[in-house]
Design a protein around this ligand. Structure first.
Ligand SMILES: Cc1cc2nc3c(=O)[nH]c(=O)nc-3n(C[C@H](O)[C@H](O)[C@H](O)COP(=O)(O)OP(=O)(O)OC[C@H]3O[C@@H](n4cnc5c(N)ncnc54)[C@H](O)[C@@H]3O)c2cc1C
Length: 304
């Protein structure tokens, strides 16, 4: 990238800038080539400045939370990756309304809810990732989803302006939200929860975590469910019935524990994981005439 553009990025206040940062260090699958610029804003105002800089310099940007639902291709990302993690992670409470910055971990929010005796997010215990990522994906499990408890979102639009969106404007559906199309960056959000006995909240939360540990390969590198749920069925069941468990391409393997999880068990590349996804999809199609759609987001370029 042009040295002048790097210099002006480094001049932004409250923003860390890394050049050619490997995104494999920032994704749960541990794959992904470098981002030309990797920027870490330390406040909402710094995030606005980053957007203004990108627009002015005509640099495309990609927002990264904890990278637990993305596959970054091996050629990496041209332009800028904007990281929202522990740099923007404050969680506060006013009665049963909890406000969390986009980089805060969903797991930390669940832990605070146990402490404060606030119910509504127990289903999310054990879902890795940030608040921003959870809202973009409308993360969910055990009949719950983030869209059921979010009240409002503060986002930065394409002109670097702050905008407050109410729940009705978020278009939350199964693994879908308006943020998958509108180009906005989530900066913080409010969640409306219900007061309850902290002991009861904790016990429901722990039960969910325990169940996940039994059913999912939580100790291995993955991106959670690879495929979305097809109408009236489960991707994991179809994959299992199609004999996909244990299939391997290079270091990528379909988990023996849960057929909808691909694990990086031996220095897999993004290319190998993507090849395995296509192989699994084809198997299910050949056997059941169902074309599975990806849940995981695939971004970046193939290597030159
Ligand atoms: C072991 C495991 C179990 C999982 N279980 C579940 C589950 O039960 N249910 C479920 O729904 N998911 C599950 N997931 C998937 C994943 O954890 C969720 O989708 C999570 O909410 C993604 O958050 P993230 O911060 O990692 O997002 P990322 O992967 O970093 O990003 C996901 C998408 O959101 C965008 N994005 C991220 N932050 C922002 C922001 N602030 N503003 C705008 N766009 C943003 C990114 O550009 C990308 O398009 C699991 C993953 C793993 C590894």
């Amino acid at each position: 990238m042009d040295a002048e553009l790097i210099r002006s990025a480094r001049a932004l206040e409250g923003v860390e800038v890394l050049v050619n940062e490997p995104l494999s260090k920032h994704t749960s699958l541990g794959v992904g080539g470098p981002a030309d610029l990797f920027v870490v804003p330390h406040s909402t105002d710094a995030l606005c400045a980053v957007v203004n800089y990108a627009v002015e310099a005509q640099i495309p940007f990609f927002v990264l939370g904890e990278g637990t639902n993305v596959i970054v291709r091996d050629g990496g990302i041209r332009g800028m990756a904007v990281k929202l993690g522990q740099n923007l992670a404050v969680i506060s409470r006013d009665g049963s309304l909890v406000t969390a910055q986009a980089g805060a971990r969903l797991a930390m929010l669940c832990r605070k809810c146990c402490e404060w005796g606030l119910s509504g997010l127990e289903f999310a215990a054990g879902i890795p990732g940030s608040i921003g990522g959870a809202l973009v994906m409308n993360a969910g499990a055990y009949d719950g989803e983030v869209g059921h408890v979010v009240d409002w979102v503060l986002a930065i639009d394409g002109e670097g302006q702050k905008r407050r969106l109410s729940r009705d404007e978020l278009d939350m559906r199964y693994r879908h939200s308006t943020f998958q199309h509108n180009g906005m960056i989530i900066a913080e959000a409010g969640f409306l929860l219900r007061p309850d006995d902290p002991k009861a909240v904790r016990s429901r939360t722990y039960a969910v975590v325990e169940d996940r540990c039994c059913k999912q390969p939580v100790a291995q590198r993955s991106a959670g469910s690879i495929f979305r749920r097809p109408t009236g069925d489960y991707a994991g069941r179809l994959l299992d019935q199609a004999g996909a468990k244990g299939l391997e391409v290079g270091g990528a393997k379909i988990s023996e524990k849960h057929a909808n999880f691909i694990v990086n068990c031996n220095a897999a590349t993004a290319g190998q994981i993507l090849e395995l996804i296509e192989l699994a999809r084809q198997r299910v199609h050949d056997q059941f005439d169902v074309w599975l759609e990806s849940e995981v987001m695939v971004v970046g370029e193939d290597p030159q």
